[in-house]
Design a protein around this ligand. Structure first.
Ligand code: ZN
Length: 287
């Protein structure tokens, strides 16, 4: 297992962590100031300053990407299906232009939440079937672009509105069905916030192996959690044994960035330099 205690060369910042403190250009500058080497930007943050300017800012600062957030939200009614397809193709093109190593997929929940305006449904089995089909289609496009897709399983509390891919096993089952050859083009983004509770986590990480482990996200689970979306904890402030999960993915050969992704009204209210200093300190001591 890599030693993170001496430096933060394997820290990547998911830019949503400081999305309220400044635009992407300001976040890139702050990362450079703190010696952070990589980020995972969100599409809306890129769009806000323009794709060209975002790419230039990232390159000028010498930053790498650990992913691109995000593709997905595949579930819709028939009328919105082509929107979902076009939107995901654009996400692939943007990720390619920015030099991302993979695109993170949040698969979508029920159609009315996944693609607003869609006719409401309670058929979660149908939603899951649609996700399989949509990822299969997107995979063809992503292969041509040489851009791997990383399915992020989300905690079951998000099954209705964000993703009904809820366990590592379920995500890996999709990978095995759609990419049985383990081509390296389809895998998972494992976020400790979503998967720490799963009794099958360790055997599933072993099953994933190096070629399916495309991204690793960290934060913490606070007790009590006041808001399931926007009350994620800073690493070390909650109950997740982050280091044991990192040890498990690294035992499979994962050697990428440990990406900090914290959606938190609390941390969004603090100055960016304080947030980044704390991220670096916790990365060294508890990640
Ligand atoms: Zn994540």
């Amino acid at each position: 297992m890599r030693d993170f205690s001496q430096d933060h060369r394997w820290l990547s910042l998911n830019t949503a962590t400081v999305r309220r403190q400044g635009d992407l250009a300001a976040i890139v500058e702050a990362c450079a100031r703190h010696g952070i080497r990589a980020i995972d930007p969100w599409r809306d943050q890129v769009a806000a300053i323009g794709l060209d300017r975002a790419g230039r800012a990232i390159r000028d600062a010498g930053l790498e990407l650990s992913g691109y957030c995000r593709g997905g939200m595949f579930v819709s009614d028939a009328a919105h299906r082509s929107d979902a397809l076009d939107d995901n193709r654009r996400a692939v093109d943007e990720a390619k232009a920015l030099g991302a190593p993979c695109i993170v997929l949040v698969a979508g929940g029920l159609p009315q939440y996944s693609r607003p305006g869609s006719a409401p449904s309670k058929d979660i089995a149908q939603a899951r079937a649609q996700i399989d089909d949509a990822i299969a289609g997107m995979l063809d496009y992503a292969r041509q672009a040489g851009l791997p897709l990383a399915i992020e399983p989300l905690h079951p509390a998000y099954a209705a509105d964000r993703a009904c891919v809820n366990t590592t096993k379920q995500a890996l089952d999709i990978c095995d069905r759609l990419d049985p050859a383990r081509s390296g083009m389809l895998g998972v983004a494992l976020d400790v916030y979503h998967i720490w509770w799963d009794p099958e986590l360790m055997p599933q990480i072993a099953r994933a192996g190096k070629d399916r482990l495309l991204a690793f996200h960290v934060c913490d689970w606070l007790v009590p959690t006041k808001d399931i979306l926007n009350d994620r904890g800073m690493m070390g402030d909650g109950v997740i044994d982050i280091r044991s999960v990192r040890a498990a993915v690294e035992a499979q050969g994962f050697a990428g960035y440990s990406e900090i992704e914290i959606f938190s009204d609390d941390w969004w209210g603090k100055p960016i330099d304080e947030v980044l200093r704390t991220c670096i300190e916790r990365h060294r001591t508890v990640v």
